[in-house]
Write a protein of this length. Structure first.
Length: 645
């Protein structure tokens, strides 16, 4: 029975008990929780109640099925327990989960999207504010029966307001029925989309301000674990479009829409904001904020606090403070203005010049406020992108070193700001091909930014390339849930499934990306590669004809020709790739050579790619086109250099 979790009280056949799930090493804390709950009139079923001679699994399963609530005690030990994980999953999927952290540990992947209650600082104290949240959540799960609990009737120290708040909290805390309902087409009350704000200034040069404000609010809300927030790309699909709130919310799968407009006048900023309830189509509240132009940061804080209070009333103050703590923000208005200008340039790239212009704005922001973590993270990310695109190896190394330094500075300033860890992961993975270093950064980004679709998507791609689908697939599925209209996200989903060897799912996700945007880059090539793995050569050939990215189209055409036995066409496509791209596509050249049976030449190309620090090498472990090389000593040496083995 090692580590087994347990349940709730008295007769295991009796309904409406609390099932307590914990690890054996945490039994002392578990018994304190049991004593407290029983004192308040709850029946608690735990493993100490298993009758002698009965089969453990049968009794536990019956107790778990009959429980009104499943309280899980997460700890550094229990997060590794498959028993606790299984019991928590049952609680989550049935909407009965009340998760507590007893030592500050975060729940494992699959549970982090639900708000957990951290009692590590106060311990098992009935009058502790965190424990009161847990008790309120339990009362909410008991519904109308909550009033019969002796301590809940009077003198409990929990007000009626707290109990009502608990009812709202349980929509998030109780796992599957609330959090994952979003994936099944419903819309939990804590779900939100921030639509693009309108620019009423009459000056296109001011567009960066409403765009940046909406994006920053969206990022702020995504860091609040009580909210489910649709990503930026999906929200921006409704820029300039008319439509009723119910229809837009239905397409995005949310219960609330935040809309607004910004008017900039000489020396003054006016922002009108409206929170619309999708079920009715009416505004839940509206507010106009008018301040001097230098007070834009204060306006953002006021709006964020108002939305927090409207959607998560039971924790509005605490969650908002936590969100601010993680924001990596600034109090210098000019720095914030420069950051927003840089962000608009970075998110709408045209060429290297636009990336350099974005970098200049982020540098100005960091200069105006050296403690501005978000600006340092943005500098790091931009330098990383410029470095990866550079064909000058010396320049690339210099930029990567600077990017890594800036990312670490951002993390030093705001350790819980997820974008700092994302920037570090990008620099270490794509710039240095440091797979191990990137793991730490991706895990930290996920710990603090599991509501951010980009964090989830990059985490998924990273673990897919390491052939760990158990981590990659849940993350990419959640990212797709949060960005239902982003073609780039579904392109990433296609790549994750491809790396996992699920060709059908890879093709389906690619088709979804093209359905959203027929011009999304690289997707026809990704679909063609999956079709080749299914030996559907003619269908694959049709996809490569449509692919505009030559680094996918030409290798695809060469491999199609090899499968069709046309050596001349294969050589023509290969030669064209070498002529047009040179050393920039040594990895893709190796793919063709590997499929051609030219192993020594393929290995030489891969070694050349490593010398050039070609980011394509990150596909090496999961790439089925390189499987003919897997037994070669030189290939194994390369995998070792990349820290894949």
């Amino acid at each position: 029975m090692d580590e087994q979790a347990a349940n709730t009280g008295g007769d295991p056949h009796q309904y409406a008990h609390v099932f307590l799930s914990y690890s054996r090493e945490d039994q002392k804390t578990a018994k304190a929780v049991i004593t407290m709950l029983e004192k308040r009139g709850y029946k608690v079923w735990w493993d100490g109640l298993i009758p002698g001679g009965e089969r453990f699994g049968k009794v536990t399963t019956r107790a778990l099925d009959n429980a009104r609530a499943v309280m899980v005690l997460w700890s550094k030990v229990s997060v590794e327990s498959h028993w606790v994980h299984d019991e928590a999953t049952r609680g989550r999927d049935s909407g009965r989960l009340v998760p507590l952290s007893i030592d500050g540990s975060h729940p494992p992947l699959g549970f982090g999207q639900f708000q957990f209650i951290d009692i590590s600082k106060e311990g098992v104290r009935e009058d502790g504010p965190q424990m009161q949240r847990a008790l309120a959540a339990l009362a909410a799960l008991y519904g109308e029966q909550a009033h019969v609990l002796p301590q809940a009737r009077s003198g409990s120290g929990i007000s009626r307001r707290t109990l009502i708040a608990g009812s709202a909290a349980v929509a998030v805390i109780a796992g599957g029925a609330a959090g994952w309902r979003f994936m099944r087409g419903g819309a939990p009350g804590n779900s939100l989309a921030v639509l693009p704000f309108d620019n009423l200034s009459g000056d296109p040069a001011q567009q960066y301000l409403p765009d940046g404000l909406a994006a920053e609010l969206r990022s702020r809300f995504a860091r609040n674990p009580l909210l489910t927030v649709v990503g930026q790309m999906s929200s921006n699909e409704f820029r300039g479009k008319t439509g009723d709130a119910k229809g837009i919310a239905a397409q995005l799968g949310v219960a609330h829409l935040l809309t607004g407009n910004v008017r900039v006048a000489p020396g003054e900023v006016r922002i009108a904001v409206e929170l619309v309830e999708a079920a009715t189509g009416f505004a839940k509240w509206t507010q106009t904020y008018q301040h001097p132009a230098g007070n834009i940061l204060r306006l953002q804080e006021e709006i964020a606090a108002a939305v927090d209070a409207a959607l998560t009333p039971q924790l509005s103050a605490g969650s908002h403070k936590e969100s601010v703590k993680r924001s990596g923000g600034t109090t210098v208005a000019a720095a914030y203005d420069a950051y927003l200008r840089g962000k608009l340039l970075f998110e709408n790239p045209v060429d290297e010049a636009s990336d350099m212009a974005a970098l200049a704005e982020f540098t100005r922001a960091a200069t105006l406020d050296p403690a501005y973590a978000a600006a340092h993270a943005a500098r790091a990310r931009t330098m990383g992108v410029i470095a990866v695109a550079s064909h000058d190896l010396a320049q690339r190394h210099k930029l990567v070193a600077e990017a890594e330094s800036e990312a670490r500075r951002a993390i030093e300033l705001a350790a819980e700001y997820p974008e700092g860890h994302v920037a570090l992961a990008y620099a270490t993975l794509f710039g240095k091909l440091d797979v191990i270093g990137a793991e730490l950064a991706h895990e930290a980004a996920m710990r603090y930014g599991a509501g951010n679709p980009e964090v989830l998507s990059r985490y998924a791609l990273y673990y897919a390339r390491r052939r760990q689908p158990d981590k990659a697939l849940p993350a990419i599925n959640k990212a797709a849930m949060l960005e239902p209209l982003d073609p780039a996200l579904f392109k990433s989903k296609s790549q994750v499934h491809y790396a996992s060897g699920d060709w059908d799912a890879a093709i389906a996700a690619g088709r979804k990306a093209l359905e959203i945007n027929p011009k999304v880059s690289s997707t026809h090539g990704n679909i063609g590669n999956a079709l080749l793995q299914q030996n559907k050569v003619a269908e694959a050939a049709a996809e490569f004809v449509l692919e505009k990215n030559v680094t996918l189209a030409l290798p695809g055409k060469a491999i199609v020709a090899l499968r069709q036995g046309d050596q001349g066409a294969a050589k023509a496509a290969y030669d064209q790739l070498v002529t047009e791209t040179g050393k920039a596509t040594l990895y893709q050249q190796a793919q063709i050579l590997s499929q051609w049976g030219k192993r020594e030449e393929a290995l030489t190309a891969l070694e050349g790619a490593y010398a050039e620090r070609d980011p394509g090498l990150l596909l090496t472990l999961s790439d089925p086109f390189l499987r003919p090389l897997e037994t070669e000593a030189r290939f194994k040496t390369l995998l070792g250099k990349l820290h894949f083995v």
